[in-house]
Write a protein that binds this ligand. Sequence first.
Ligand code: NAP
Length: 308
Amino acid sequence: MSQPIKIGIVGVGKIVRDQHLPALAKDQDYRLIAAASRHGRVDDIANFPDIEAMLDAVPELEAVSLCMPPQFRYDAARTALMAKKHVFLEKPPGATVSEVEDLKTLAAQNGVSLFASWHSRYAPAVEAARAFLDTAKIRSAAINWKEDVRRWHPNQEWIWAPGGFGVFDPGINALSIATHILPAMFITSAVLDFPENRASPVAARVAFRTSNGLPVTMDLDWLQTGPQSWDILADTDKGAMVLSGGGSKLAIDGKVVHDEPEAEYPMLYRRFAEILHAGTSDVDLAPLQHVADAFMLGKRNVVEAFFD
Ligand code: NAP
C-alpha cells in the first residue's frame, strides 16, 4: 500500500469546516499536515498565514486543496504548481476560463495533477440519471435551482463581487450535473437580474439548445424562501425524469428509483488520489464556460437592491 498523501489546505472557511476536514479525517490515503489561512486555523496541525509561508516551512507537502473564493485562487494555484505540488481546486475552479486553462498548462509543465472539483457531479443519483438518459430519447430538459441566499451565504461579500458569480455560484453546481448527464448544449439567450447595489446577479433565466436542437432551460433564483429546489427535469420517451435534491434523488414518472445519502467530498478526494496516482489531471471547464457565456450573451436587467 502506498504512503498517505501529505496534503495542506488553503482558505479555511465554511466549506473547509463543513466538508474538507471531515472527508480528509476519514480518508486513510491522506494525511493533512498543514493549513494556510489569514484568519482561520485547523487544530493540531501547523498553521501559516499564506501558502508561500506554508510551502517554505513544509517542503514535504505533496498536494494542496485551495478553498478560498474563486477570485483569489489563481495566484495560489500557480505558486503550488510551480512548487510541483498536486492541486485540488474547489468549485468553481477560477474566476475566468483562461486562468484555469493556464493552470492546466502549468500542471502539465510541472508534471503534477490538477483537479477541478465539481462536488455536485458526485451526488448519489447523478450516475443513475446519466445511465437513464443514455438509453432514453430526450425531448426537453429544465434546470430549476432556487435557494435562499440569506440562508446559505450569509454575509459572504465575495459572492456578490465581480468573479463571485452571484446566483451562478450555486447555478454552476447544476451546470456541473447537466453537462455530465445531458447532450452537449450551448446558450441561445439569457436574462440576468442584477440588484441595483450589487455586481453579480440574484436571478437568471437561461435558454440552451443541444446540438441536435433540443430545448433546455435554466431558472436560477436566490430569493426562494421555504422549500428549496435543486432539480433537473427531462421529458423523455421513457418517462418524465426528475433528479432532485441537488442530484441526490432520482424519480421516473413519479416513482423514486434512486435515493441514497450523499458522500460528495469523500468521493472527490477518492478521485483526486486516483488522478494523482495515475499522473493525470481532471479539468472539465464546460460548467465554467457556460457561466462565462451567460455573462457574455445575457441581457442585464436591474432589479431592486439586495441587503443581507
Ligand atoms: P468562505 O468561508 O467565505 O471563504 C473561505 C475562506 O477563504 C475564508 O474563510 C478566508 O479565509 C479565505 N478568503 C476569503 N477571502 C479571501 C481573499 N481575498 N484572499 C484569500 N483568501 C480569502 O467561503 P466558502 O463558503 O468556504 O466557499 C469557498 C469556495 O468553496 C467557493 O468557491 C465556493 O463556491 C465553494 N463551495 C462552498 C460551499 C458552501 O456551502 N459554502 C459548498 C461547496 C463549494 P482567511 O480569511 O482565513 O484567509
